[in-house]
Write a protein that binds this ligand. Structure first.
Ligand SMILES: [Zn+2]
Length: 140
């Protein structure tokens, strides 16, 4: 049996998809919804994977601090340094192209293990919606 605790978080973020063939190459943004799926080897003594408020404090808060109302751009995008010069605190340069797929990979591979260190809870999956119609699932 696998039991997952699930919580989503809505935030707004700008990005550009470097090398995109269509309009996603322009500077633009989305109202993202990220859904986190967490598991633990066993439930705690009162019967939870992790309290929903703790999922909010750890994972949703990471989104609030790091990505909400920021502009995320690949280090390989020729506009990256110019954007950083225009808005240093608001521009986040990452070492990947910020597609929904790569944002999800970063959350599962880097952010989850980081913020959940010291707990026995694992971020097993994220779903990232760029729009209500388009989303990706990334599973550990
Ligand atoms: Zn986009």
């Amino acid at each position: 049996m696998a039991i997952q605790a699930i919580r989503y978080h809505d935030f707004s973020m700008g990005h550009t998809v470097t090398g995109h063939e269509g309009k996603c190459r322009f500077l633009h943004g989305h109202n993202y919804r990220v859904t986190f799926y967490v598991e633990a080897p066993e439930l705690d003594k009162i019967g939870r994977v992790m309290d929903f408020s703790v999922i909010k404090e750890l994972l949703c808060e990471w989104l609030e601090v790091n990505w909400d109302h920021k502009f995320v751009v690949s280090k390989d995008d020729p506009r990256a340094q110019g954007l950083k010069a225009l808005d240093e605190p608001g521009t986040i340069i990452v070492d990947f192209n910020p597609t929904a797929e790569n944002l999800g990979k970063h959350l599962v591979e880097v952010v989850g293990p980081g913020v959940l260190a010291g707990t026995d809870v694992v971020l097993m999956k994220v779903n990232i919606e760029e729009t209500r119609k388009c989303s990706v699932d990334v599973t550990k």
